[in-house]
Design a protein around this ligand. Structure first.
Ligand SMILES: Nc1ccn([C@@H]2O[C@H](COP(=O)(O)OP(=O)(O)OP(=O)(O)O)[C@@H](O)[C@H]2O)c(=O)n1
Ligand SMILES: C[C@](O)(CO)[C@H](O)COP(=O)(O)O
Length: 241
């Protein structure tokens, strides 16, 4: 029986095929050790510890020599496939590799391997509101800082209006076939959407914004990793985040 099919649960596609160029170093950031485990382990646990999740499809870089060859995590199946040059290519590959038991109109979560600090209450909210929506939903955080547009000389060209601006986070929740078609359309138009919602928006599909924690950080630079290490230490000492 295909993992996840038996229980008809929610699958997560986890794009983990990035090279971490902005982070630097030889080890892709998703495999850097935090509290004795690869960063990706923290991400998979945050996802698969949730009762609504049945399995994960982790999308790896071709020739990934770091993958610990997990076949299950937190007692749930973990499958892998090979991604592509852009994040969107990897997500599309992950959707295509899902078992046939994940039906066309089934919701699928897409969550960055580089986002290890997903809170259960945020995932609860995303699932509750997203699964009630005809299109889906994304976690996002409202912009709270004033935004400046930079000139070529490093000076300030303008202050960008921040009303109704949100930072898109992940997970993003969409139906398998609708998201696949949207990503294919973007690819065929030569566009690399930076998140799943962008591809859906291009097709006229309007998802819900579900407010998530600001500390659902994406580890992009060493400073982000240090932040996650601090948050994890605080949690393990029982201190409020
Ligand atoms: N071709 C790609 C590029 C990115 N990702 C994944 O998408 C997530 C968000 O991407 P990002 O933070 O940009 O990771 P990298 O692409 O590795 O970072 P960089 O742009 O600095 O190289 C990460 O989990 C990354 O592994 C992916 O699966 N396939
Ligand atoms: C999907 C995402 O995390 C939403 O903010 C973001 O777009 C990923 O961007 P990246 O440059 O691929 O890290």
């Amino acid at each position: 029986m295909t993992p996840g099919h038996a229980r008809g649960g929610l699958w997560a596609v986890v794009p983990a095929a990035g090279r971490g160029m902005r982070f630097g170093g030889d080890t892709p950031k998703q495999y850097l050790e935090v509290a004795g485990e690869p960063l990706l382990a923290h991400t998979l646990r945050a996802l698969l510890a949730h009762p609504a999740l049945e399995a994960a499809m982790v999308v790896l870089a071709d020739g990934d020599a770091h993958w610990p060859d997990w076949h299950d995590f937190h007692g749930k199946p973990v499958l892998t496939c090979i991604g592509g040059a852009q994040r969107a290519d990897s997500v599309l590959a992950g959707l295509a590799a899902l078992p046939d038991g994940v039906r066309a109109d089934d919701f699928v979560l897409v969550h960055d391997a580089a986002r290890p600090n997903l809170r259960k209450q945020d995932l609860d909210a995303l699932l509750e509101r997203g699964r009630a929506d005809p299109v889906g939903a994304i976690l996002a955080a409202p912009v709270r800082d004033t935004l400046k547009r930079a000139g070529d000389d490093g000076g300030i060209d303008a202050t960008a209006p921040r009303e109704r601006l949100w930072r898109a986070l992940t997970p993003q929740l969409f139906r398998r076939l609708q998201l696949t078609r949207a990503l294919e359309a973007a690819r065929d138009a030569g566009i690399a959407p930076t998140d799943e919602s962008m591809a859906m928006e291009r097709q006229g599909h309007r998802a819900l914004l579900v407010e998530g924690a600001d500390d659902n950080l994406k580890v992009t630079t060493p400073a982000d990793l240090a932040w996650f290490e601090y948050l994890l230490a605080q949690r393990r000492e029982g201190k409020p985040d």
